[in-house]
Design a protein around this ligand. Structure first.
Ligand code: SF4
Ligand code: SF4
Length: 271
């Protein structure tokens, strides 16, 4: 699934749904909150600038700056993934920062990781093809995760109403579509604040089994409710997930677009 920036989503929601505009704009206007003892911070005495946390943060709340990772606590949803990933246990609660940190020297730095190449739309011949309806505008992939191959925004008269992210991952040998879906959902679910499952069923896309999952969540823990649907299917040796989301007021109209996109999907191979 794609990374969702809270502020970008709130801006989109404010445009997309007049009923939510007041709440979204109010959230955007909230001044920076005070630092909390529970905020996650990076210890400069331990951070080797390896970039693992940056690569795994689902909301892009960590950046490498001046040779050390820095967490934007305004964007952080406190999922804890970065702390789990950090090989040097450099990410701790602010209240747990040792006094010695103020004068600590940074450890030897590793070379910064090579920048991940941006994903690219799946081209014909690369196991899957599909057609987006009119008014779904392709977006640049900068800032999305490495698995994201395409990002579209549905716009009507210049106003965004919905989003689609397509991710593609190599399949792990021996796993079924069901276990791949369950594993993927278990991994992503902690990154979706106020996640609520709305239903899961199977269908066929281009004649092959596909898992359809409906859920809602609040991006960035905000007051805006996102209605989302994923379609998970395999093609060749890859697992593809189409992730659609919109605001509640547009959910019914949006699902007609999802059907249209999925009816156009053609798989070039199967396991
Ligand atoms: S994973 Fe840990 S050591 Fe690596 S950049 Fe992040 S905080 Fe620093
Ligand atoms: S806790 Fe989660 S959201 Fe916050 S910086 Fe770490 S990975 Fe990103």
């Amino acid at each position: 699934m794609g990374t969702i920036n809270r502020r970008e989503f709130l801006r989109a929601a404010a445009f997309a749904c007049p009923a939510l505009a007041g709440a979204a704009n109010a959230l955007l206007a909230v001044p920076q909150r005070k630092l909390s003892p529970e905020d996650l911070v990076v210890l400069k005495s331990k951070c080797t600038a390896c970039g693992d946390c940056v690569a795994t943060c689902p909301v892009e709340a960590i950046k490498l700056k001046d040779g050390i990772a820095a967490i934007d606590n305004e964007e952080c949803i406190d999922c804890g993934v970065c702390a789990d990933e950090c090989p040097t246990e450099a990410i701790v609660r602010r209240k747990d920062v040792p006094a010695s940190e103020a004068t600590a020297k940074p450890p030897a730095r590793k070379e910064p990781p090579a920048k991940e190449p941006a994903g690219k739309p799946i081209a014909p011949g690369e196991e899957i093809t599909y057609t987006m309806p009119e008014n779904w505008v392709q977006q640049p992939l900068q800032g999305t995760g490495p698995d994201i191959k395409a990002h579209y925004v549905y716009t009507l008269q210049g106003i965004p109403y919905g989003e689609m992210f397509l991710s593609c991952q190599p399949m792990t040998g021996g796993m079924t579509l069901d276990t791949l879906f369950e594993t993927g959902l278990a991994k992503v679910r902690p990154t979706l604040p106020y996640y609520r499952a709305l239903g899961t069923h199977k269908t066929k896309i281009d004649g092959q089994p596909t898992i359809v999952h409906d859920f809602s969540y609040r991006p960035g823990g905000s007051g805006v409710l996102a209605i989302a649907r994923t379609y998970t299917l395999t093609a060749g040796v890859s697992l593809f997930t189409f992730f659609f989301q919109t605001v509640q007021a547009f959910a019914q109209e949006a699902s007609a677009y999802y059907d249209q996109v999925m009816a156009s999907v053609k798989r070039a191979g199967q396991r």
